[in-house]
Design a protein around this ligand. Structure first.
Ligand SMILES: Cc1cc2nc3c(=O)[nH]c(=O)nc-3n(C[C@H](O)[C@H](O)[C@H](O)COP(=O)(O)OP(=O)(O)OC[C@H]3O[C@@H](n4cnc5c(N)ncnc54)[C@H](O)[C@@H]3O)c2cc1C
Length: 288
């Protein structure tokens, strides 16, 4: 099988530039798909042949293994359409880009998302959020491929919680999303974005490869504070390092592997459990 009929195909592909940790991860095939029918046919084929696969967004919330024995699907669904204060957007559209786009179109709502380097599809799938706001507040409906059929799922049929949704339990691929925003003031929105981005660069290690916050904050607490109080800042496994700037970030200090990152995560979880009897929950996803 060459997979060529489904999209642009790369064999024995290194995903190093497709994940924000910048770890090397060799997959059997990386396929860029820009058409829903082709995607349906591809999923059918992979299911029939029992071939492992996953859909990658911008790779900013995942920890990849050094070898992925399967197919990685990259969607190229970048359409964007405005209907008054609604925006209908393809799932591979970048959320941070969409924040600027909508602001420039006089719409307000996504200012909080300007520093999030993920696709809109994955951001809905995981309910991305920041500054007490989250994508669930703006979703009207999504178009998905579920059991290889195209369906519309209304917001009321999705359970959203902190960095999580009921979509994770369903084997589906988000194709498109309709978001409802409000009429805004471009200048005010851009000022808010500037403020948010300055706060991010003051507190987050943005000059190193990472995948954002590693753990969800336990109810009423901050994961970063718990880790910092254990004096774990700077701790390393291989080249995976707990950031000195923000203890809830793991950075790739050079040649970290996904396995190094996972080992460091286990180390943190064990220390936090031992000292505080708290089970930290991972915000990032380990791809197996
Ligand atoms: C510097 C930095 C700052 C960050 N700040 C924040 C923040 O403030 N708030 C926040 O919430 N997150 C933050 N993140 C994490 C990350 O950007 C978000 O979680 C983002 O939504 C992930 O999008 P992605 O496209 O990179 O997803 P990926 O990491 O590529 O994938 C994540 C999951 O989504 C699935 N997926 C991807 N596309 C689809 C699709 N179309 N349909 C169904 N499933 C799909 C994947 O299979 C995977 O399970 C940050 C990351 C970095 C590096």
């Amino acid at each position: 099988m060459t997979f060529k009929e489904f999209g642009e195909v790369f064999e024995n592909y290194d995903l190093v530039n497709n994940n924000t940790y910048k770890v090397h991860s060799i997959c059997n095939y990386y396929i860029i798909v820009d058409d829903v029918i082709k995607l349906t046919n591809l999923i059918n084929y992979l299911n029939n042949q029992n071939i492992k696969y996953f859909v990658i967004g911008n790779g900013s919330n995942i920890i990849l293994p050094s070898i992925y024995d399967g197919v990685v699907i990259k969607l190229k669904f970048n359409s964007i359409e405005y209907l008054d204060n609604k925006v209908i957007v393809g799932s591979s559209y970048m959320l941070n880009k969409l924040a600027y786009e909508t602001i420039n179109n006089g719409l307000s709502g996504l200012e909080w998302a300007s520093g999030i380097p993920g696709t809109i599809g994955a951001s809905i799938y995981g309910n991305a959020g920041a500054y007490k706001d989250e994508i669930s507040n703006y979703v009207e409906e999504i178009e998905v491929l579920e059991n290889n059929k195209i369906k519309i799922i209304k917001k009321s049929d999705i359970t959203f919680s902190y960095r999580n949704t009921s979509l994770r339990k369903r084997n589906l691929i988000i194709l498109k999303a309709t978001l409802i925003l409000k009429q805004g003031n471009k200048e005010e929105s851009l000022n808010l974005v500037k403020e948010r981005l300055e706060r991010r660069s003051a507190t987050q290690p943005l000059d190193y490869p990472s995948a954002g916050s590693v753990f969800r904050n336990p109810e009423g607490l901050f994961a970063g504070k718990l880790i910092e109080d254990l004096n774990l800042k700077g701790k390393m496994v291989g080249d995976a390092k707990i950031s000195e700037k923000h203890a809830n970030f793991i950075i790739n200090n050079g040649n970290a592997t996904g396995e190094d990152i996972q080992k460091l995560i286990v180390l943190i979880m064990n220390e936090v459990k031992k000292e505080y009897q708290i089970d930290l929950i991972l915000e990032q996803e380990i791809i197996k």
